[in-house]
Design a protein around this ligand. Structure first.
Ligand SMILES: O=C[C@H](O)[C@H](O)[C@H](O)COP(=O)(O)O
Length: 249
């Protein structure tokens, strides 16, 4: 594991979870690379292992930012094509509940992330301790929206109780945020998502919503760091230390 400079406690946890995910990687794998600050630690760690000749892998990234990082890290990249399936995708999350249901898209990459997660045999989530929640919903639920449809999507999500807010560019708040596809991002504040499956269906049915940040039934395991310890969470199983796993469980 590489040792980055001085990190805050949460950044340390992200790095620990990301480094632990390397134990899930096998030589020759095709890997999906997630997006966000936690996934970035994984891409850097994976790149270091590839450069050191410890692993031979190929990968596809879930955002232009992760693609650039992967290229710089020396990870060979493959373009999307028919029949492509990923052995493993490693990605971050904004919220994870005990059933491994996720809220994702805080970085705006939810669509490509869901495409790659769905094309993966194993989605492994890596996260700091703040991401594990008893109930989804405190983190605003992101939607990727076709620009033309925006007014009606705002109306429809408000009617569902989502208190929608159009996302602004975090570096330049005078501008709107856009996804890598050039679509808009809307953050819905439901506060508590008691029926995420039902809500996912309702959101998907709104014309102009390209996708939403609920990832249901996709994650196989999550590595969540608590201080110095990384726990493996799997739906319906007790949390276990990451060191207990030597292969894809
Ligand atoms: O669109 C971004 C992704 O879903 C990220 O994986 C998510 O926002 C978590 O990001 P971070 O690791 O920076 O907290």
């Amino acid at each position: 594991m590489s040792t980055p400079g001085v990190l805050s406690p949460l950044e340390k946890e992200k790095h620990l979870a990301a480094a632990a995910a390397l134990r899930w990687v096998r030589d020759g794998m095709l890997i999906g690379l997630g997006t966000g600050s936690t996934a970035a630690y994984f891409i850097t760690e994976l790149g270091a292992a590839v450069r050191a000749g410890q692993l031979r892998v190929q990968a596809t990234a879930t955002s232009l930012a992760s693609e650039t990082l992967a290229r710089e890290a020396g990870i060979p990249l493959v373009e999307p094509r028919r029949g492509l399936r990923f052995d493993l995708t490693v990605d971050g999350a904004d919220e994870i509940d005990s059933q491994l249901r996720l809220v994702k898209g805080g970085g705006g990459a939810l669509l490509r992330e869901k495409v790659i997660a769905t094309a993966s045999d194993y989605l492994l989530i890596i996260a700091d301790s703040s991401k594990a929640v008893p109930q989804l919903g405190r983190f605003p639920l992101p939607l990727e929206v076709v620009p033309f449809a925006l007014p009606w999507v705002m109306d429809a999500t408000a009617a569902l109780g989502g208190a929608p807010v159009l996302r602004r560019d975090k570096h330049n708040p005078a501008q709107l945020a856009h996804s890598d596809q050039g679509n808009l991002l809307v953050d819905c504040h439901f506060e508590q998502l008691t029926e995420p499956e039902q809500l996912a269906g309702q959101l998907q049915a709104i014309p102009g919503v390209v996708d939403h940040g609920l990832f249901l039934g996709l994650a196989r395991a999550a590595l969540v760091a608590h201080g110095e310890q990384v726990l493996v969470l799997r739906a319906g199983a007790d949390a276990a230390p990451a060191e207990a796993f030597a292969a894809l469980p």
